[in-house]
Design a protein around this ligand. Structure first.
Ligand code: G1P
Length: 294
């Protein structure tokens, strides 16, 4: 039986240039969808899946992420005094327990593989999760929980996958599928951002991974791949054969908050999924759709 997954790595060092000017001083991960920073959705999903320790791989200017998940004594005292218990709970729920929050600096933007490598000392020799907060998932069972449950059965590396349009394969890590059974696709290879004409399938990795720590030794070689970056996909590909590699077709819908249109889509989708908001939001969206045609 594989070891329990207790730790998650969240690469949050990116500059967020697609969202300038919003990201001039605010980290892109701190921009809210509805009323919560994007990164908090990732942390809540992970905690609901049993993750206890979080390693944020950060860069200069990202201090507000650590602050967001820390205690805020002044605000808490003020809300307690004013008996604003609901608001107090909201900010306390966003606090990670002592010992559960680690920050590690990535000094140079050398790629996702390098960002994950930066967490090696804090993860050690146990299976761990990687969550890319830009990918948000709406699902009945938290996406990461689905992956952890699958990992309990098959071990090795398990990544969340979904089919994408063929002309989109150059935006993702793509699986070379060996066999499929139910929701699980066994891969014999992986390619980072292949040209649509050369992609071995259209089954794409989205930003949720359960990884065997063997990947750190491969990342330590600092081999560069697509875009001249140290790619996580390439390192994982080189470990196939040493440990099993499976893609898991998760239940749920993914929203790509890494693009501006995807970000707007996520706000609408999460708004429509919000019980307090959906009944008022639906007629507004319908009216806006009619008005935008005229
Ligand atoms: C990264 C990974 C890619 C994966 C994608 C999921 O790409 O390198 O393999 O499919 O995340 O969102 P990025 O979006 O950082 O270019």
């Amino acid at each position: 039986m594989p070891k329990r997954v207790r730790k998650a790595v969240l690469p949050v060092a990116g500059l967020g240039t697609r969202f300038l000017p919003a990201t001039k001083v605010i980290p892109k991960e701190m921009i809210p969808v509805i009323d919560k920073p994007v990164v908090q959705y990732a942390v809540e999903e992970a905690r609901a899946a049993g993750i206890e320790e979080f390693v944020f791989v950060t860069a200069d200017g990202k201090e507000s992420i650590a602050n967001h998940f820390s205690v805020h004594p002044v605000l808490e005292a003020m809300l307690a005094e004013k008996k604003k218990t609901a608001e107090l709970k909201l900010i306390q729920d966003a606090t990670l327990p002592s010992g559960g929050l680690h920050m590690v600096k990535q000094h140079e933007p050398l790629g996702l593989g390098h960002a994950v490598w930066c967490a090696w000392q804090l993860i050690g020799d146990e299976p761990f999760a990687v969550i890319l907060p830009d990918d948000m998932v709406l699902s009945d069972t938290p996406c990461l929980k689905q992956l952890i449950d699958a990992h309990q059965k098959v071990g090795g590396h398990v990544v969340a996958v979904e089919n994408v349009a063929r002309d989109q394969t150059n935006r993702y890590g793509i699986l070379d599928v060996q066999s499929e059974e139910g929701n699980i696709a066994k891969a014999k290879g992986l390619v980072e951002k292949p040209d649509p004409a050369k992609a071995p399938s259209t089954l794409a990795i989205i930003g949720r991974y359960i990884l065997d720590p063997i990947v750190f030794k491969e990342l330590d070689k600092r081999t560069k791949g697509a875009g001249n970056e140290i790619q996580l996909t390439d390192a994982l590909n080189r470990t196939i054969g040493d440990v099993p590699f499976h893609g898991y077709r998760f239940e749920g819908t993914r929203y790509d908050c890494g693009t501006r249109v995807g970000f707007v889509e996520a706000n609408v989708a999460f708004g429509l999924a919000n019980p307090e908001m959906k009944d008022r939001l639906r007629p507004i969206i319908e009216r806006l759709l009619v008005e935008s045609k005229s």
